[in-house]
Design a protein around this ligand. Structure first.
Ligand code: NCD
Length: 318
């Protein structure tokens, strides 16, 4: 196993942009150990006994919420869950008041999903708990990018020099931006492909290639990470119809059969079958979509474990 005595450079996971390559390597290496733990008959370890974690979800979530909760419970943390619907947020309470009330119940870490980009930075400046960003609007989703990188590394070895394609709604996807930052820090080459209306104009300035040709892009890549059209975030119509999108950018078996090479297919979920990905690809041997979900728990265990270590060591110093 890896050196688990090393420490993260940061007390929070606000975005991949703020992590060093050594932090990413440390998280991925520790996740290898935790993946082994969650495949044991007894999946629970006592690492976070006496640590209390609040999961605050101000936006919908299935996978991410369950994944964090499982990770926390398998580390023996005490867990409280909060979702905005049915809470006092609906009665006009501010974010800071909501969180301060929860913190007075002696919470050590906050895992939060929030529609406002930057909400996590605001909290990190105002409260003492460690903050983990579980998705902030269209901005970043760092733990998804880390589990994606872990899943790619597991399949392909080192990501240095590997070609990763991100397909779809780049404009509204926090998974896209976090993946771009993470893959570049790990030395991979990144290309995005989708309709011009869904690719922001500033993307090339991040050092990312842009293509509007799905077949050429699939031929270019080692891995294709396929994203959902974020219909809930579109204030205007960016594509004529989902049927037309599926026709021009949907990844299906016919396309993959024309490539004469094997590629790895990924998707962060939730999948819209028949739109961005066909069932015969999502359920094929190319797809590692369910491995991504399994790896998500191990990667989040590694993140929470390393953040708890960081908190302990800074308490010892002060
Ligand atoms: C993603 C998200 O919420 O940003 N899903 C996830 O966390 N697994 C992607 C999406 O909603 O399309």
């Amino acid at each position: 196993m890896t050196n688990t005595s090393q420490e993260l450079s940061t007390k929070h996971i606000l975005g991949i942009k703020y992590l060093q390559k050594s932090d990413i390597d440390l998280i991925l290496d520790n996740a290898v150990h935790f993946k082994e733990v969650i495949n044991r008959p007894i999946k629970k370890v006592p690492s976070l006994r006496d640590v209390t974690i609040a999961n605050l979800f101000f936006e919908n979530s299935t996978r991410t919420k369950i994944s964090f909760e499982l990770a926390e419970k398998r580390l023996s943390a005490d867990v409280v869950n909060f979702s905005a619907s049915g809470s006092s947020v609906k009665k006009g309470e501010t974010l800071l008041d909501t969180v301060n009330n929860i913190l007075s119940m002696k919470v050590d870490m906050v895992v939060m999903r929030h529609p406002a980009p930057g909400a996590h930075h605001f909290l990190a400046q105002n409260i003492d708990a460690s903050i983990v960003n579980a998705g902030d609007g269209t901005h970043e989703h760092p733990t998804q990018a880390l589990l994606d990188a872990f899943s790619m590394r597991e399949k392909l070895g080192s990501l240095s020099g590997k070609k990763v394609l991100i397909v779809g709604d780049i404009k509204h996807s926090r998974v896209a931006l976090s993946n771009i930052f993470c893959l570049q820090k790990l030395g991979a080459k990144v290309r995005v492909c989708g309709p011009p209306t869904l690719i922001p104009k500033h993307i090339p300035s991040l050092g990312v290639e842009v293509s509007y040709d799905i077949e050429d892009s699939l031929r270019w890549c080692d891995v294709a990470n396929i994203l959902r059209i974020q219909l809930e975030r579109q204030d205007i119509k960016y594509i004529p119809s989902l049927r037309e999108y599926a026709q021009y950018f949907g990844v299906n078996k016919k396309l993959l059969d024309r490539l004469d090479k094997e590629i790895v297919v990924m998707h962060p979920g939730p999948i819209n079958r028949g739109v961005e990905i066909s069932s015969d690809v999502a359920d094929s041997e190319h797809s590692i979509i369910l491995q991504q979900v399994e790896n998500g728990v191990a990667v989040r265990m590694a993140i929470l474990y390393l953040l708890a270590n960081k908190r302990n060591s800074s308490k010892l110093v002060s």
